[in-house]
Design a binder for this molecule. Sequence first.
Ligand SMILES: NC(=O)c1ccc[n+]([C@@H]2O[C@H](COP(=O)([O-])OP(=O)(O)OC[C@H]3O[C@@H](n4cnc5c(N)ncnc54)[C@H](OP(=O)(O)O)[C@@H]3O)[C@@H](O)[C@H]2O)c1
Length: 208
Amino acid sequence: MEIGILGSGNIGGNAARRFAQAGHHVRIANSRGPQSLRALVAEIGPNAQATSAQDAVDASDLVLIAVPWTKREEALGEIEGWDGKIVVDAMNPYTEDFEIEDLGSKTATEFTRALVPGARVVKAFNTIYYKRLAGDGKPKGEKDRLAIPVASDDAAAKRVVMDLIDEIGFDPVDNGGLVEGGRKQQPGSSIYNQPIGAKEMRAELARA
Ligand SMILES: NC(=O)c1ccc[n+]([C@@H]2O[C@H](COP(=O)([O-])OP(=O)(O)OC[C@H]3O[C@@H](n4cnc5c(N)ncnc54)[C@H](OP(=O)(O)O)[C@@H]3O)[C@@H](O)[C@H]2O)c1
């Protein structure tokens, strides 16, 4: 699959490594431009390319958004052509002081959705600490795999993201629709940043 990654830091950079290792082609973009990503793409190898954010979106079937919440408008606002793309929102609504922003009755992904018109939005990768994403994946069928929840209103998009999570060594857990599921996996929830398996995660989500 052609995957675009906006944000090349803890989550974006490590997701890029995992996706490329699984055989996907990744186009990575950040705020400083493709030149600043030369070392990262060289390290990842031939499945990785540094591009502009617009090129990463244009050329990809799926785009992972892994920029700081406070930069989302700057990062996404001028990009065009979201229609039909699967957009995976990994962002959590932290302020620059690392406080959780009060979004009233809304979930973070509802704000993201407004910035990517026509996209098939999926909330995933926001609950897993980047070091676990980087190092704790295990082959399919192996015991004690960690779980990653996935929420979306688009069943086909959700399936694509769940398969991708499985390929990179984690057990995907279907967490329902975008708003309700997104709420259950936001910072402070019982499954947020918890290194737990699929069975335990399903039980926690059912209780939430
Ligand atoms: N850290 C975690 O364990 C973790 C876990 C789950 C979810 N998350 C979420 O994932 C997101 C990224 O977190 P992180 O820890 O990976 O952050 P990070 O290490 O600080 O990386 C942020 C990345 O976003 C890029 N960026 C900033 N402004 C941008 C813009 N206007 N356009 C394009 N790219 C821009 C930065 O590019 P430059 O380097 O060029 O500035 C950098 O590559 C956050 O929303 C966070 O809540 C983090």
